[in-house]
Design a protein around this ligand. Structure first.
Ligand code: SF4
Length: 650
């Protein structure tokens, strides 16, 4: 490994001024692949072969643990920067400006029973044990502290900057979990980031599977006060605590333990909820649950710590259903620090919702949109094509309604084709011939039309779920579905002279930005409860370098009940900034970056939003800031004010 690394370092040093190696070839991923292949061919020993993804962890470990050896390599700051960039795995992971950490809640009954929803009893409803985030959750006993700790280490090993983190909490329906558990779960997410220390690892996060440093506590007996207390303060002791409770974290063992229940659920003899209640009411889980509660005061302490932490939370995402969105539930989410809600709506066609056992009406979905908007949340929806009862033509019309009807208009969409997994109840309909997946061409055509209909202020974040092809009985198995769709979108957009407006296809991602060429553009659109202004920095080619979502609420909107009006979190004639996002390669919080960040683009967006709100007659602007961005907004003149930060408009 060291020999390969030294060869790379030498090449960087030789060609640094040209950004090329000594042979004049660019030092890029192709060059690196070639070097690794050449070295491995020369070794004739599989055990000692070089793995590309191991090079950066090896480098960082040597730097931290063997400084004498590291110094002998003569790597200065400029050389290191180039080295990290070259060796970084999956650069797109942090291309949108933040490092994302997805965590999964523990298995728990869901208050709905949708026909297409997977019933994997090892997981919270709708998730499958072999999805990457689910595997990580299982290895970590579904514990939030342990999940964050292991993910943070993995991202750091891959060379990603993790000082700005978006936390995505997935698993069944969040609102179905007891509030005690919700508060504990989120407090632990923050605590893990607060405890993790800086990028160089001055308080290194324990590795997954590390030997427990506080094994003695486990000897006190499961869930004793001492054990619980230690478990709260030490990841290694936490893992030991779960083991002492009798919980397993090995995938094969868990498959064995749940096999009988899974068979009964898949055969339709038992529901997911019944099986989960039986499996997780066992002593081991009950003992483990004794530490799974926290007070709001504890949560707020972790929030306060995070304001100045090395890994700050710049977004917290929670997923739930529209029928569970109320002023009360949104107030709780806001207290947790939530900034974005993922809401499963799947369809706006009443008959399709009914056929798929979605117990919600389009009117209730519209009400959820209004409440989310007035509370300032970013609205991220899940929408499915090819549900039971759907047709390609109907799906296109349904999506069109989502993105043009002023009662809806989401900020982000996960646009999935329905796939059949064995444990879902849709299996019976498939066997009876009542449901079948669309042929690939028809599916791609629906998605192409949807992308082309998507407005400039909406981002399609995904087009497939992370379900492995082995789990899919029927439906799309192509992991590159999005590329197929985008290729056809480009073709059609060129042929019809119609530019693609959807955000993800326009964002600059890892690209460099010519700041002077950027233009500030404003897209105005009406929703049933607010006028929205989407302020965007765009390049001459129409690429997007940053944006802000400003809501100018209409508190007299006829769709609101007097009770809802009484519970609004901000007064009449006050505006709301729902999101500020600047793209570009992630730069450290206090360092100058090469991308669009740290060039004042965010600040200028905020100033423009305040000016527009004032001109429209609003007396103050609120921002749904995340805990880790509070200091930033204070510096821009915002004051902490209840669930938000607020700037009066003089
Ligand atoms: S609400 Fe979500 S998690 Fe619950 S059954 Fe329906 S799709 Fe699955």
């Amino acid at each position: 490994m060291e020999v390969a690394l030294l060869e790379i370092i030498a090449a960087i040093k030789a060609g640094r001024c040209r950004g090329c190696g000594e042979d004049g070839k660019p030092l890029d991923a192709a060059w690196l692949d070639k070097l690794v292949r050449r070295r491995n061919r020369a070794m004739h020993d599989g055990a000692r072969s070089v793995a590309k993804k191991r090079l950066l962890p090896y480098y960082l470990r040597c730097k931290a643990e063997d400084p004498t050896r590291w110094e002998s390599w003569g790597v200065d700051a400029a050389c290191e920067e180039q080295l990290v960039r070259l060796l970084k795995a999956k650069p797109r992971r942090t291309a949108s400006g933040v490092a994302t950490i997805t965590v999964i809640t523990k298995p728990h009954p869901c208050s709905s029973d949708c026909l297409y929803c997977p019933n994997d009893v090892r997981m919270p409803k709708s998730y499958l044990a072999d999805e990457p985030a689910c595997q990580r959750a299982e290895r970590n006993y579904f514990d939030p502290y342990l999940q964050v700790t292991s993910r943070l280490r993995a991202l750091t090993d891959m060379g990603h900057v993790t000082d700005k983190v978006e936390l995505i909490v997935l698993g069944g329906t969040w609102s179905d979990y007891p509030q005690d558990y919700q508060v504990w779960f989120v407090a632990e997410l923050f605590r893990a980031l607060n405890d993790a220390g800086d990028q160089a690892g001055d308080a290194p996060a324990p590795r997954e599977g590390a030997a427990p440093r506080a094994a003695a506590h486990a000897a006190d007996g499961p869930a004793s006060a001492a054990t619980c207390d230690s478990a709260r303060h030490d990841a290694a002791a936490r893992a030991a605590f779960y083991a002492s409770c009798g919980l397993a974290c090995d995938a094969d063992e868990l498959a064995r333990l749940t096999r009988a229940e899974q068979k009964r659920v898949t055969a339709g003899e038992r529901t997911y909820n019944q099986a989960v209640r039986a499996l997780y009411a066992a002593d081991a889980w009950e003992r483990a649950a004794r530490i799974q509660h926290a007070s709001l005061a504890e949560l707020e302490r972790e929030h306060a710590r995070n304001e100045g932490a090395a890994h700050r939370v710049v977004g917290l995402v929670i997923e739930t259903r529209p029928d569970l969105i109320t002023p009360e539930s949104l107030t709780v989410m806001r207290r947790l620090g939530c900034t974005k809600v993922q809401m499963g709506i799947q369809s706006l066609d009443e008959s399709i919702l009914r056929a798929n056992r979605r117990n919600v009406t389009p009117a209730r979905i519209a009400q959820a949109f209004s409440l989310l908007r007035l509370f300032g949340f970013k609205i991220h929806v899940h929408f499915m094509v090819n549900l039971l009862g759907a047709s390609p033509v109907g799906d296109v019309a349904d999506y069109r309604r989502l993105v043009t009807d002023e009662r809806f208009l989401p900020d982000e969409v996960k646009l999935y084709p329905c796939c059949l997994v064995e444990s879902a109840q849709l299996t019976e309909r498939y066997a009876a011939g009542a449901w079948a997946p669309y042929p690939e061409d028809a599916l791609v055509d629906v998605l192409v039309r949807d992308v082309l209909a998507t407005p400039a202020y909406t981002r399609i974040s995904r087009m497939i779920r992370d379900i492995s092809s082995g789990d899919i009985v029927a439906g799309n198995k192509k992991t590159n579905l999005r590329q197929l769709v985008e290729a056809r979108v480009d073709e059609r957009s060129r042929a019809e002279g119609r530019p693609v407006r959807e955000i993800r296809q326009r964002e600059i991602a890892t690209g460099a930005v010519e700041l002077d060429a950027l233009r500030l553009d404003c897209v105005t659109y009406a929703t049933s409860v607010a006028q929205e202004r989407f302020l965007q920095w765009v390049t001459p080619e129409g690429r997007i370098a940053g944006f802000l979502r400003l809501s100018l609420p209409r508190f007299d909107a006829p769709c609101l009940t007097p009770e809802e009006r009484a519970q609004f979190p901000v007064p009449v004639r006050e505006a709301m900034i729902r999101e500020v996002h600047v793209y570009g390669r992630v730069a450290r919080l206090h360092a100058a970056g090469e991308g669009a960040q740290h060039a004042g683009l965010g600040r200028r967006l905020v100033e423009e939003a305040c000016a527009q709100a004032q001109a429209a007659g609003y007396v103050a602007v609120n921002v749904i800031s995340s805990v880790g961005t509070r200091r930033y907004y204070r510096a821009l003149g915002f004051l902490d004010c209840g669930l938000y930060q607020r700037r009066p408009l003089a």
